[in-house]
Design a protein around this ligand. Structure first.
Ligand code: ATP
Ligand code: MG
Length: 399
């Protein structure tokens, strides 16, 4: 079957007024940005529907990419047909016939948005249904749980026929919820946390702390590769790479060993808060999950949070590791995350980190350090990289 357009549906029920406009505009932008470098297609929207006109491009290749556009609830490969009823009947039959496996039951659903069309929708359903029943002896109609639904939309701008509905990822289009700065390590959790934030419509930037030469170039490359996996869902991800060696070295020299992790994390927060302010991010996000490791107790979260006032989001806080791991496989970050490269936390892991740190003790131990100068230097040394998904070769497009 040669499809003409992909019909895109989105969560219209929950949307009203201004929100709806923003949602639709952001969705158009997202759809264009995932398709534009790869295909010569045209994206347009019309009264609560969005269409990707294929102009000969492969529908399945385009749909592979739409599966990664948040805000889409479902989509259907669609043919645009001449609205003449005989033609509709013939095309509907052709569509059913090419389904694999062949459905045993079906129903026809017609939406006649163009009221000038002479035949009422119930009548269209009946005429098309009868035509299919006569042509395929093994098939029958089931209005409650059909194996296939022939969808016909008669609209002023065209008549559209489809019979496959493929689920989209749901969520909100990237960009509608403002910007969040993700603390991205090389582990399993933080990329998943980033993906969950993208799903809620944020524009994502990432910050990574590295301690060269204690951590290697390939450990940093791994983080870039993870950011690139996220970019497949979120467009460009800006990565802020912070030099953390000086801070870690000073902490290790001057602070008690059981508080190393706590104090290190407090520095990560301070630097992240400044970088967030510079880049206009409204919140930070981490991959922390309550109780997972020593630094993820409530006391620890409190002691770490005490040094910042920007909101801290923890999308994984109530999740089990196994569920987090499932998502990481699904979004294709797992294999990268388990590569055994050292990161700044593993390099400095003390034997007995405190599990219930006290804010006043952390603050007292930090008196041995020039906190402000250390933070300022780290922010000043931060390098920004634009991480994008690069097409193999750039294509011109019709946008
Ligand atoms: P992850 O699997 O995401 O590495 P984790 O289970 O190893 O998490 P921690 O080491 O306690 O847990 O880190 C908690 C969170 O702190 C991480 O999810 C991440 O958001 C942030 N973080 C840790 N190390 C770094 C780093 N080097 N750069 C940026 N953020 C980091
Ligand atoms: Mg980690």
């Amino acid at each position: 079957m040669n499809y003409d357009v992909i019909l895109i549906r989105y969560g219209e029920l929950a949307l009203k007024g201004k929100n709806r406009d923003q949602f639709e505009e952001a969705l158009v932008r997202s759809v264009k940005s995932v398709l534009r470098s790869f295909f010569k297609v045209k994206v347009r929207r019309n009264y609560g529907r969005m269409y990707v006109e294929l102009h000969g491009e492969d529908a399945y290749a385009v749909m592979e990419r739409l599966k990664r556009v948040f805000g889409i609830s479902s989509f259907s490969p669609t043919v645009q047909v001449d609205p003449d009823i005989e033609n509709i009947k013939a095309k509907a039959l052709e569509m059913i016939r090419q389904l694999n496996p062949q459905p045993r039951t079906f129903r026809v659903v017609t939406r006649r948005a163009d009221k000038r069309y002479p035949i009422p929708s119930m009548e269209v359903n009946r005429m098309v249904g009868t035509h299919i029943l006569r042509a395929i002896p093994a098939i029958s109609v089931d209005v409650h749980e059909p194996e296939a639904i022939v969808n016909l939309e008669i609209r002023t701008e065209g008549t559209y026929l489809s019979c496959e509905t493929i689920p989209g990822p749901g969520g909100l289009p990237v960009g509608v919820s403002g910007k969040v700065l993700l603390l991205l390590s090389g582990g399993i959790d933080s990329p998943v946390a980033g993906w969950m934030m993208l799903k809620r419509g944020v524009t994502l930037e990432a910050i990574h702390f590295h301690s060269y030469p204690f951590t290697s170039e390939r450990a940093l490359q791994k983080v870039r590769d993870l950011a690139q996996k996220l970019a497949k869902w979120g467009g460009t991800v800006r990565l802020h790479v912070v030099p953390f060696t000086e801070i870690q070295t000073q902490i290790r020299e001057k602070c008690p060993e059981d508080y190393l992790i706590t104090i290190m994390r407090r520095f990560m927060m301070r630097v992240s808060e400044r970088v967030a302010a510079n880049t206009k991010a409204k919140a930070l996000a981490t991959g922390e999950s309550l109780g997972q490791v020593a630094s993820q107790t409530l006391e620890s979260m409190d002691t770490i949070n005490k040094v910042i006032s920007i909101p801290m989001l923890r999308p994984l806080v109530g999740m089990d590791k196994i569920d987090i791991t499932d998502i990481s496989r699904k979004i294709d970050t797992y294999e990268l995350s388990i590569l055994p490269y050292e990161d700044c936390c593993t390099v400095f892991t003390p034997k007995n980190p405190v599990t219930r740190p006290k804010p006043y003790l952390a603050a007292r131990f930090e008196e041995a350090l020039d906190v402000e100068a250390l933070v300022e230097n780290a922010v000043a040394g931060t390098v920004i990289e634009e991480i994008t998904t690069k097409p193999k070769e750039a294509a011109t497009d019709l946008f």
